[in-house]
Design a protein around this ligand. Structure first.
Ligand code: DX5
Ligand code: ZN
Length: 222
C-alpha cells in the first residue's frame, strides 16, 4: 500500500481529460506536474450516460508507475466488480450511495481488501443519506457536477453539503477526507477548500492546461 496522505491538500488529476492515445505517458506527465493521486473515472453506461474504462485500464496505470490510484466507480453494481478493481491495483475505491448495493457491506469489503473506502454522493443527494456510513469511510466525495462527463461547470450550491460533512466529521471525531469532483479549477478550488474540501479532483483544468505543473500548483495554492 502506497502512502495514505492525510494532511494538506491533495490534487488528483482525472485521467478522463488525458490523451488516451498515450495514457501511461500522460500519467507520468501528471506525476511530474506534482499530482498527488491519479483519479480514475469508471463509467458503465448504466449508472451514468457514458462509458469510460474498466479494471484493465486501472491495471495498466498501476503497472506503469507508483502514484496513488483513486478509483471512482460510477457503475450500477459496484459490489459485483469490486474484486477486479482491487486486483487491478486500486488504492482507494469510491462507490456511489445511489448505486444498487448494500452500501455498508460494500464499504466493509473494500476495507477488508486493504483499500481505502470512499463514498460518493451526487449533487442532488443530501448528506443525511450518507450519515449512517461516515464511521466506515476514509473519504467522502461530494460531486460538484452531475457525474458522467468531464468539462462541466462547478455547482457551487453543493458547498453547504461540504461544510456539513466537515462539521459532522468534527462533531463525531472522525477523520475522513472530503473530496470534490467536477468543474475544479483555480477559482472553484478556492471555494471548495474554503468550504472544507481537501481532495481536489481536476480533469480539464490540469491535463488540458498549457502548463500542467503551474495548473496543479495554482489549484493547490488556491
Ligand atoms: C465526472 C467525473 C470527473 C471528471 C472531472 O463524472 O467524475 O472526475 O473527470 O472533470 P473536470 O475536472 O473536467 O470537470
Ligand atoms: Zn470522478
Amino acid at each position: 500500500m502506497k502512502k495514505w496522505q492525510s494532511t494538506d491538500k491533495i490534487i488528483a488529476p482525472s485521467l478522463l481529460a488525458a490523451d488516451w492515445g498515450m495514457v501511461t505517458s500522460e500519467v507520468s506527465r501528471a506525476i511530474q506536474a506534482g499530482a498527488d493521486w491519479m483519479h480514475l473515472d469508471v463509467m458503465d453506461g448504466n449508472f451514468v450516460d457514458n462509458i469510460s474504462f474498466g479494471p484493465d485500464m486501472v491495471n495498466a496505470v498501476s503497472e506503469s508507475n507508483d502514484i496513488f490510484l483513486d478509483v471512482h466507480l460510477m457503475i450500477a453494481k459496484p459490489d459485483h466488480f469490486l474484486g477486479r478493481f482491487v486486483e487491478a491495483g486500486a488504492d482507494l475505491i469510491t462507490v456511489h450511495i445511489e448505486a444498487e448495493h448494500d452500501v455498508a457491506n460494500t464499504l466493509k469489503r473494500i476495507s477488508q481488501a486493504g483499500c481505502k473506502a470512499g463514498l460518493a454522493l451526487n449533487p442532488a443527494t443530501p448528506v443525511e443519506d450518507v450519515m449512517p456510513y461516515l464511521d466506515q469511510i476514509d473519504l467522502l466525495l461530494c460531486m460538484t457536477v452531475v457525474p458522467g462527463f468531464g468539462g462541466q461547470s462547478f455547482m457551487e450550491e453543493v458547498m453547504p453539503k461540504v461544510e456539513q460533512a466537515a462539521s459532522l466529521r468534527d462533531l463525531r471525531g472522525l477523520d475522513y477526507h472530503i473530496q470534490v469532483d467536477g468543474g475544479i479549477g483555480v477559482e472553484t478550488a478556492a471555494i471548495a477548500s474554503k468550504a472544507g474540501a481537501n481532495v481536489l479532483v481536476a480533469g480539464s483544468s490540469t491535463f488540458k492546461a498549457d502548463d500542467m505543473k503551474k495548473a496543479v500548483r495554482d489549484i493547490r495554492n488556491a
